[in-house]
Design a binder for this molecule. Sequence first.
Ligand SMILES: C[S@@+](CC[C@H](N)C(=O)[O-])C[C@H]1O[C@@H](n2cnc3c(N)ncnc32)[C@H](O)[C@@H]1O
Length: 254
Amino acid sequence: MPGLADTEVWEEYAPFFNLEEGTVFEHDLLEMEFYSRLRELFPGPCLEIGAGGGRLARSLSRGGFTAALEPSRAMLESWSSGDSRLACRVRALGQAMPFSEGVFGFACFPYNGLQCILDRGERRAVFTEAFRVLAPGGRLVFEVSPAFRRRPAEARSRRYRAETPGGLLILDEEVLRPEGGETVIYDMRYTMVPPEGEPDVRRVVLELAAFPVMEAVEDCSGGGFRTEALWGDYHRVPFDPDGSPRLLVMAVKE
Ligand SMILES: C[S@@+](CC[C@H](N)C(=O)[O-])C[C@H]1O[C@@H](n2cnc3c(N)ncnc32)[C@H](O)[C@@H]1O
């Protein structure tokens, strides 16, 4: 049985992920507009699966109540006090949601969250659960990345040096492709150099599922959903298997 311990890596990665989104790299405003627009189209109770540090809370709160489901305690504790007022945070896995049947009108699993789950059976369980907690007519939107499967292995090299409120943050990273090609491993070494005191070095090893992205569409259908749209980017252009940077799927529970 999967448990919260299976997402342990996010306890280590959370502070760095949160710094990378908005401090080291700029916020992706197109992504935020994409979710705001969906919430205008589908107001009412909303569920974000794998809500992380609340990066999308503002966009998703536009249409009403939001439940933010997230397994990592570090992620849940990183929410700002402002964002905490926008959603009800719940510590749980997408495979075992502590909600009754048919309570949400809109659910999403953004930003490759599905690829954090390495086992296909477990990913299927997320679709089954999303289907259960959505009301008839409810929409599920999720994003997966075709880039992970194409990603070659790469020797350790410097990815960035960036000023952050806590000091200078440096990332050195190695990429590994285990035999079989079903996952990609990012072996990240973060060095935080505070204005005073000793540098702090942390290693975070993140393994992500690198399945062909259409497999997720198949699993979503297997969970009972009907696919409504396959977009290739936040502008909602049609998905192109050869050129799109991402696959965004919208599916409906009929
Ligand atoms: C790439 S982050 C995205 C966070 C947030 N949605 C965002 O866009 O900033 C993926 C999130 O999925 C969470 N996650 C990992 N395994 C999960 C699971 N089995 N069920 C639900 N969430 C999971 C991680 O803890 C992490 O916070």
